[in-house]
Design a protein around this ligand. Sequence first.
Ligand SMILES: NC(=O)C1=CN([C@@H]2O[C@H](COP(=O)(O)OP(=O)(O)OC[C@H]3O[C@@H](n4cnc5c(N)ncnc54)[C@H](OP(=O)(O)O)[C@@H]3O)[C@@H](O)[C@H]2O)C=CC1
Ligand SMILES: Nc1nc2c(c(=O)[nH]1)N=C([C@H](O)[C@@H](O)CO)CN2
Length: 243
Amino acid sequence: MTVPGPVLITGAAQRSGLHLAKVLLAQGQPVIFSYRTHKPGVDELLALGAVGIQADFASDAGILALATAVKQQASGLRAVIHNASDWALDGEDAQAAAAVFRQMFQVHQQAPFLLNLELQPLLLAEVERSGQMTDILHITDDVVRRGSDQHAAYVASKAALQNLTLSFASRFAPHIKVNAIAPALLAFNAGDDAAYRARTLAKSPLGIEPGFAVLSQTVLFLLQQPYMTGAILPLNGGRHVKA
Ligand SMILES: NC(=O)C1=CN([C@@H]2O[C@H](COP(=O)(O)OP(=O)(O)OC[C@H]3O[C@@H](n4cnc5c(N)ncnc54)[C@H](OP(=O)(O)O)[C@@H]3O)[C@@H](O)[C@H]2O)C=CC1
Ligand SMILES: Nc1nc2c(c(=O)[nH]1)N=C([C@H](O)[C@@H](O)CO)CN2
């Protein structure tokens, strides 16, 4: 059996991206990952045979440098998974708010947009080699359904990424599928206090902190099925049915 082309995961130094990279590597799927800050997860993935590329999406040059580095590492790609994200609060004043908005736009819209355009030839090369469709996955956020009073720029940028899913699904068919996963709470962050945790768990009918495995399971599902593109999967514990 021939080895598939690598899967590119952005922002895989920790948490969801790190978990997903390990799951794919354990299945014999080659992985290229990007990271902004060198964290212990980077060394874990390198030790497992993944290719790591440092990249900061704050500038277009940083985004395009990643695309160039990926092209130097691989002649084809099985999938591109846009996981990198910054969950920033809105700025306090207009100047700070403008800076946060630009920051959100860069990581959640500009990076997926430019990387999809730059890496489409590698995704098509893999189709040519394998005879199978390839994939782009956008990781968005369930809160796009409702908006947020404190993370407005973050949510707006995730909403735009969700919309990019529809455009790229149409543009890249029939050889490349483009889908989105819109999670609600996956896992708390270290600094989340008990009151915040209780409030957040109460937002969904299932009321659990599922952990990162549910995202990895959903990714594997989307990679393995041949008849979904332009889909936005709500991985949210049923929040959309709760009043
Ligand atoms: N965790 C959750 O409960 C939820 C997660 N999601 C979404 O799921 C995905 C994974 O979440 P999670 O694992 O918590 O993500 P993280 O908050 O851990 O972010 C993942 C990585 O993105 C990187 N990143 C941030 N900004 C940039 C940038 N400008 N350039 C390059 N890399 C950058 C970070 O790098 P660095 O290490 O340098 O900071 C970080 O390691 C995200 O898209 C998130 O929005 C949605 C809803 C809930
Ligand atoms: N990049 C990130 N985005 C989000 C995170 C995170 O930790 N990093 N966390 C959340 C929360 O879990 C939220 O879904 C809880 O309601 C949202 N986005």
